[in-house]
Design a protein around this ligand. Structure first.
Ligand code: PEP
Ligand code: MG
Length: 315
């Protein structure tokens, strides 16, 4: 199965009834871009930039960051690149960025909240991204956005910087990884260029289970119907406004989740580079119409186990 999948890794992923799903790579560092393309990535759906910042004893300056982002864009050779702005806090510490002592850091100052408290660091990153973008298809994505006001605060910084550093082929979007963002997706969808659903955090916050919990994390299953409902709302809202939706959390690489995500209408699955060939092969086995029906049934099942059993029975 793996050999057959590998042989077709560079071909698109199209269901038996002709529905194409973009298969993209999640990257932790700029070094991985060329490998991801060789392994069949049609895009990068998530470049986590924490590592760009961790390799230094202080926040890297604009030129240092720009060189990294340029390297990825060049390696992708015209394929789209989604770069997530620095997502520090919670499970992602940064040694030289001392975070306030908080009783619940996962519910505290993290992600875009932290960036908006230190806008000079965000602006340096945005300048580096815009300067690296030139004509390349760059998509800037903000993490942990919980509402429209945060989106406005972050987006306005891009708009202001763009006046001095024009990027011709730029999209700006957000991660959907806090339930509040999924719930107001119809409002956000009117303004963003795209959504990418972070199922790792979305599951954690929806089910109130720490994603790294030593005994409970197995129950933090993104196939819980509550999470599927939020994904459904997000996709429906985005498509009503003509916007695209990706999934970049680990659920995108889960064989039982793929038929449901496809059936809910997700346009792009972003997975680790080594999973790309198999996820493409998985999509090719499916029929979109069947997936749509299966997803509708999954939305009203009693729990994640029932959802997994349903998918196992049908595909
Ligand atoms: C997520 O939360 O699903 C996600 C993709 O981001 P991270 O795992 O980096 O928090
Ligand atoms: Mg996340």
């Amino acid at each position: 199965h793996q050999d057959e999948a590998d042989a077709r890794r560079l071909e698109p992923a199209v269901t038996r009834d002709g529905h194409a799903v973009e298969i993209a790579a999640n990257l932790g560092s700029s070094d991985e871009a060329a490998t991801a393309v060789a392994l069949g990535a049609e895009a990068v759906g998530l470049l986590r930039t924490e590592l760009v910042f961790m390799g230094h004893s202080q926040a890297p300056d604009q030129m240092t960051q720009q060189a990294e982002y340029s390297r990825v864009l060049a390696a992708l050779d015209g394929r789209p690149l989604v770069v997530r702005t620095l997502d520090v806090g919670g499970d992602k510490p940064l040694p030289y960025w001392p975070l306030p002592a908080e009783e619940n850091p996962f519910l505290g100052v993290r992600g875009i909240r932290l960036s908006l408290q230190r806008p000079e660091i965000l602006d340096t990153q945005l300048r580096a991204l815009l300067a690296a973008a030139a004509d390349y298809p760059l998509r800037i994505m903000f993490p942990m956005v919980g509402g429209v006001e945060e989106w406005h605060a972050a987006k306005s910084r891009v708009d202001r910087l763009r006046e001095a550093i024009p990027a011709k082929n730029l999209q700006v979007g957000i991660m959907i990884e806090i339930p509040s963002a999924a719930l107001i997706a119809p409002v956000l969808a009117q303004e963003v260029d795209f959504f990418s659903i972070g199922t790792n955090d979305l599951t954690q916050y929806t089910l109130a289970i720490d994603r790294g919990h030593p005994t409970l994390s197995a129950q933090a299953d993104g196939l819980h119907p509550a999470v599927l409902q939020l994904i459904d709302m997000t996709v429906t809202a985005a498509h009503a406004c003509g916007k695209w939706v990706g999934v970049c959390g680990e659920l995108a690489a889960d064989n039982l989740a793929v038929p449901l995500l496809v059936g809910l209408g997700v346009d792009e699955l972003s997975v680790s580079a080594r999973s790309i060939a198999l996820i493409k092969a998985r999509v090719r086995e499916l029929a979109f119409e069947d997936c749509r029906h299966l997803a509708r049934r999954a939305l009203v099942l009693p729990g994640a186990q029932a959802v997994r059993a349903l998918v196992m029975e049908h595909c």
